[in-house]
Every structure is written in C-alpha cells, then in structure tokens.
Design a protein around this ligand. Sequence first.
Ligand SMILES: NC(=O)c1ccc[n+]([C@@H]2O[C@H](COP(=O)([O-])OP(=O)(O)OC[C@H]3O[C@@H](n4cnc5c(N)ncnc54)[C@H](OP(=O)(O)O)[C@@H]3O)[C@@H](O)[C@H]2O)c1
Length: 331
Amino acid sequence: MKNDKMKAFVVRQLDKKVFATAVEYMDIPTIADDEVLIKSAYSSLNYKDALSSIGNPGVSRNFPHITGIDVVGTIAKTTSEKFSIGDKVIVTGYDMGMNVKGGHSQYVKVPSSWVVALPHKLSSKESMIYGTAGVTASLCVDELLKNGIKTGKVLVSGATGGVGTISIAILHKLGFEVVAMTSKKEKVRFLKSIGASEVLLIGDMDLNNKKPLLAEQYDGMIDTVGGDILAHSLKTIRYDGVVSCCGIASSFELSTTMFAFILRGVRLIGIDSVQCAIDKKEKIWQKIAQQFRIEDKILAKLTTDIELEDIKAIYDKILKGQISGRYVVKI
Ligand SMILES: NC(=O)c1ccc[n+]([C@@H]2O[C@H](COP(=O)([O-])OP(=O)(O)OC[C@H]3O[C@@H](n4cnc5c(N)ncnc54)[C@H](OP(=O)(O)O)[C@@H]3O)[C@@H](O)[C@H]2O)c1
C-alpha cells in the first residue's frame, strides 16, 4: 500500500459506450455512520463482475468503478457496534461491485447491514471459492430440499460455470444422482470428477422439439442459463418435480407452455442471492460450512487462483462462456 492508497481493479468510462480497465492505486475510502471498512483477503470472479467491467448498464452505472461482488477480509474500521476491528467477515451481493465499489480492492467500504461473520468452519479462501456462486447454488439446493426433492436425479445446466460446478458438488455430497448439462465436450471428464454421474452435451440435444411434454427424467433441476435450455428441460421434469432457476447465461427469455405446471405439478422457483435478507444469507453460509460443505479435494479441483492483474484476461473468457469452475482472487 502506498501512502493511504489501495490497489484495485478499476473500470473507467472513456466515452458513452467505451470502457477501459486497469489495476490502479486509489484513495482508501472513509466510512460514515453504520459502515465498515474491510481489509480484503480474497475475492472471486462472477459473471456479473464481467458484465460490470464492460459497463453493462443493468449492472453498473457509476464510474470509475471497482468490480467484485464478493469479498472476505477483516474489519479495519467500524462505526457500527455489530462488528469489532479484526472480525473476519464476508460480503456477497447487495449493491457491492455493482454501483458501490467492490471487492477487487485492498479495502472495501460497505454498510454494516450487508456484512456476514465468516463461519468458524470455513477459511477465508474457502469462503471465496463459494462466493456469490456458492450462495446461489446453495439457495437453489435448499429450495429443492424444502420442496420435497430429497433424493433422485437432478439436472444442472451451465454445468461448468461457478453456480453449476458448486451445485453439482453439493448435490453429489447430499447423495443425489447428478446430470450435468454443458456446451463443452472437453469438460466431460472434469464434470464427472466433481460429482456428475452423467453429462449431457447441449450440441446433441434437440432444443427445437415442439412437443409440449417429453419423457419424465428428472426429479429436480438447477438452471443457470434460462431461454430454450430451460424451456426444453421443463418438459422432462417428473411429476411433482421442482426447478430452481437463477441465471440467464443463455437468455433472459422463457417461451414455454403451461403443461408441465398443470399436468405434472412441476414447480418453477426463482432464486435471488443478491438482495435476499441478511438473516437468510447468514443461515445459508452456516449450511455451506456444514451440511452442504464440499469435500476439500473437489473444492480444489474447481478452483483457479489468480491475482488482481489476471482479472482482465479472465473477464474476456467469462463473457465468451469459456471458463469453468471458480476463480479466487488473492488480494
Ligand atoms: N439469481 C441470482 O442471485 C444469481 C446469482 C449468481 C449468478 N446468477 C446468474 O447465474 C448465471 C450463472 O452464473 P455463474 O457465476 O455460474 O456464471 P459463469 O461462471 O460465467 O458460468 C456460466 C455458464 O453458463 C454456460 N453458458 C455461458 N454462456 C452460455 C450461452 N450463451 N448459452 C448457454 N450456456 C451458456 C456455460 O456453461 P456450459 O458451457 O457448461 O454450458 C458457462 O460456464 C448467470 O446468468 C448469472 O448472472 C444469478
């Protein structure tokens, strides 16, 4: 750190639709009432961070900006009685990394109401392997369990992505038979190594099949891509099955019929890990640290370690759908 400056991954707006990124030194922020200053230890990369880096107005509108919707670190300053200096804490979501400067920085300032204590059973680095992707995957799994899907076969789309890989590993740990759906032929072995028992290649699927229902195959599904893939998959969910949907990596549109819902009682449940209440986040972090905790060797397989200087190159890959697993940024 140079003279009260902090190193950060910064996005600058050069023209109306022209954005540039670089690792720079910026002023360490000062905190107001009910805020905390966190000294970052690790962050991670998520799809939304990549969108923020190219100035997607649905994600970020204030520039210069620092990306990073996840951070773990220690409280360096606080004006809130909820936390003390030195506490280890996590922040995922809310407006951090969107319109509030994010976790790809040596220091982060946020309202104390966004902060969760790091569960004792997780290391700082482990918490960022999960990050927003892990919170989202865990909320998706939790909805399957709460809605009666406790065993059987579960389909996971966008399988090689952050939410996809963590969903597969958690479902496998809980004893489900996991079917991974991916666009990447070369990742079949990887997906099986983290818990998939079968892998479906999108290229082999007939997404234009117009039949309103297909053979019942899956008790549940976690969908991270939306669009035709979700529409097709809904036709294959068994009677009384449940689909947790959280992402739009393929499309934000969904063109379907009512038949799966009214003839098979299929339930489609939306998941939001960003604005969800802080007590719900605290509870899901406890599950991540215990009931849903992924075996260390599987966690290691889906993790790539990077530094602030590497982020730009990985964003390019994320935006092209070329990444797999989770990227953990050491700050
Ligand atoms: N609701 C929430 O609270 C919440 C929270 C976190 C994330 N999300 C959303 O969930 C989605 C996944 O997030 P993530 O962090 O897992 O992203 P990610 O790590 O970038 O992975 C996305 C995966 O989706 C698949 N994919 C990418 N482009 C695609 C395309 N054009 N068509 C079909 N599949 C495509 C790829 O998997 P394959 O190649 O294996 O198919 C890719 O690895 C994103 O839309 C993200 O915004 C929502």
